[in-house]
Design a protein around this ligand. Sequence first.
Ligand code: OSB
Ligand code: MG
Length: 369
Amino acid sequence: MKIERIEMREIRLPLVAPFETSFGVTTGRRIILVKVFSEGAIGWGECTCNEGPFYNHEATDTAWIVLRDFAGPDTIGREIDRPEEAAPLTRRIRGNRMARAAIETAIWDLAARQQGMPLWKLLGGTLAEIPCGVSIGLQESDAALLKKIELELRDGYQRIKLKIKPGRDYEMVRAVRREFPQINLTVDANSAYTLGEIDLLRRLDEFGLMLIEQPLAYDDIIDHAELQRHLSTPLCLDESILSVDDARKALALGACRIINIKLGRVGGHHEARRIENYCRERGVPVWSGGMLEAGIGRAHNIAMATQAGFVMPGDISASKRYWTQDIILPEVEVTPHGTIRRLDEPGIGYQINESRLDEVTVRRETITG
Ligand code: OSB
Ligand code: MG
């Protein structure tokens, strides 16, 4: 297959509720979508970066330029036989994995559609239903947080993840544990702590958390290894793991016992699968992270999470938790027992809601090489 053309568009989607993490508040998303064209077939991808360079170094406007001026031109006109060959097309670009993954994942969708096969199957997925959790942003008060958790549990979600930051940690988690002694509970600091706060982080051990996600610096594995030696709760790395090599080094050092795989952060389906394989062979649990994706990114996450190594509930939840109306049909729904069922249509399996998509599109550009 040879990619002849790539259409880019930016959509703006307001979130149904603000999402607050240790690095800031998001009220609405500015998302880049790409559509790749080859021999009459198409594929869709979503760039998962945030609006500002606060989770990692990428941001909507920088990703637009990387896609338009570098990743797009490096992809167009090149002949590949298999979707595994898509990621290497943009290999000379350093970093910027979320921008590159938008094209890489679109090529996987295209390849699956060309073969009339669901993407989950092309990736080697096996799970018919994937277990789901929710990521709950920082709330105005503990009372508001407890109320929110109760509603999510009522919807069936199998695991609750709380965002934490200094000053909103020990006592907040204690309040949640007191109210919900049995639930699967995790916390995510998005790099808000340092080793200087090791005593506070150790006290979180008393809450029986499934894991603590990325407490220390976004690019660190050394200090995390030191911290893990002092904690009984497993550490899970998110921001620090960009590749299977990073996963290998982090595990070798003992920097974590669990890995959060995000398609964009690692550069797409091929690298995500390599990490899943590496971890599965070693009995290390992985789960799918989320980046407040719209339907296309969410559909790619669902396909990814059907692979057997994704044994822990992911941050993949129903469309209605994020949007008044998603850009795909059907919208993503969660079963009463907190799972999402994979679809058997070709490619990502969901249809694009074209009228909704056009309604939220604010700019477009076509790359022809
Ligand atoms: O660290 O997992 C994270 C959202 C934006 C940036 C980083 C993260 C998150 C989430 C949201 O936790 C997960 C979701 O999509 O619901
Ligand atoms: Mg995280």
